[in-house]
Design a protein around this ligand. Structure first.
Ligand code: IMP
Length: 181
């Protein structure tokens, strides 16, 4: 089992680059089918989604307007519950179809708040695409339209996801190894 060490903590390989690519291809195929003939606004949530988004976008085949938005909600390994939308969305969302690209949905607080924010700005049909989803961690009522893969409620990093800003560069996804008591 491939492992990495970060700040004295061991992480085990969860998904290889090839597995991630297969997940992305399946997501893109479903999204392409649903948005055929449409021209939505795609919003990707920084920081964690930058790698996923870069790979997914290259597989999409319909016209769209693309924006990044920076939302912070996490400190270390704990979800703080406080959402801060740091980017001004300078596009007219009135009645527009919006597809959100997110790296991971954990408690769901970030996406739930962001959807509220988009609705307040008049967005029409809003859909969420997330690469990873932790069903055991969700605390809000959230409809996820495209889920790459469900994972256990364990901390993961790599492929854009960080642990205190480290580990984003790995092309694979790693899961924190539990210490044996
Ligand atoms: P939520 O609001 O609790 O759903 O958290 C969403 C955000 O928390 C994600 O966009 C990530 O930035 C971060 N996050 C949640 N779980 C993890 C994880 O296991 N590793 C790294 N970041 C995570």
């Amino acid at each position: 089992m491939k492992q990495i060490e970060l700040n004295g903590q061991t992480f085990e390989l969860l998904f290889s680059s090839q597995q991630i690519d297969e997940i992305n291809a399946r997501l893109a195929s479903n999204i392409n089918a649903d948005y055929k003939g449409k021209d939505p606004i795609i919003i990707s949530v920084l920081d964690g989604s930058f790698m996923f988004c870069a790979d997914l976008l290259r597989k999409l085949d319909f016209p769209h307007l693309f924006k990044f938005v920076k939302i912070s909600s996490y400190s270390g390994m704990e979800s703080t519950g406080e959402i801060n939308i740091e980017t001004t969305l300078d596009v007219d969302l009135e009645g527009q179809e919006v597809l959100i690209i997110e790296d991971i949905v954990d408690t769901g607080r970030t996406m739930t708040s962001f959807i509220e924010h988009l609705k307040n700005k008049g967005a029409g049909n809003i859909k969420i695409c997330t690469l990873l989803f932790k069903p055991d961690a969700i605390l809000t009522k959230l409809k996820l339209d495209y889920v790459g893969v469900e994972i256990k409620n364990e901390f993961v990093l790599g492929y854009g996801l960080d642990w205190d800003y480290r580990g984003r560069h790995y092309p694979e996804i790693y899961q924190m190894k539990k210490s044996v008591e």
